[in-house]
Ligand binder design. Structure first.
Ligand code: HQG
Length: 182
């Protein structure tokens, strides 16, 4: 297995399937899916040649299960992280008592005023994994973990969705009163 190449392709797929399908002149359907054949042909035409077996292997082995293949095996989509408008069709689900959000200390002043907002994405992303929260926060600077009173939020009527990777929780906005600094 070529780890470096797989990581590069995974990043490419995230870019195309979450943010900029137009960069290789493809369109996602309203639920974020695209035909694998269409994706691979367009990728090739734009200089990124990926074999179908390789794509399937990357989806299977992906450390964060970022992508799904449709049940008929013909389409692919990203499981979370979108900035493009898609209807993922996830059902509301009661979250665990607490969820975590990794961020950078420099964002704290603003977060403590506005709460967690989705920025460029369609949702605020939360996790149960301390390790993942740390890693996610450190992408933007000195990492800090916020503990979110998720179950209470759900009781108060805020919807939560669990992405198809089984690990990333999605919600629209986390008001300040549900946020604790770990
Ligand atoms: C911060 C990764 C100022 C927020 C992860 C974050 C995730 C605020 C940044 C997924 C704020 C947005 C998404 C406010 C939130 N004021 N800053 N009011 N509210 N922020 O990248 O959650 O590896 O859009 O704390 O695992 O970091 O790509 O979101 O620091 O699941 O698959 O604004 O991406 O997955 O950053 O990451 P992002 P995120 P992948």
């Amino acid at each position: 297995m070529n780890g470096k190449r797989y990581k590069k392709i995974s990043k490419f797929l995230s870019l195309i399937l979450r943010h900029h399908p137009e960069q290789i002149q493809i369109q996602l359907d309203p639920s974020g899916w695209v035909e694998i054949d269409t994706l691979l042909a367009a990728s090739k035409a734009h200089g990124t040649k990926i074999q179908v077996e390789e794509l399937l292997d990357i989806v299977r082995q992906n450390d964060k299960q970022r992508f799904s293949i449709s049940p008929d095996g013909k389409k692919i989509r990203a499981n979370y992280g979108h900035s493009v408008q898609v209807q993922l069709g996830y059902h509301k689900k009661v979250p665990p008592l607490f969820l975590l959000h990794g961020t950078a200390t420099r964002f704290l002043p603003s977060i403590l005023i506005e709460g967690l907002t989705k920025q460029n994405r369609q949702f605020v992303h939360l996790t149960t994994s301390q390790e993942m929260a740390l890693q996610v926060g450190s992408r933007y600077g000195k990492a800090i973990i916020l503990k979110i009173e998720a179950e209470q939020m759900a009781k108060d009527g805020y919807p939560f969705f669990l992405s198809d990777n089984g690990e990333v929780w999605l919600t629209d906005h986390v008001p300040v009163r549900y946020i604790q600094i770990l």
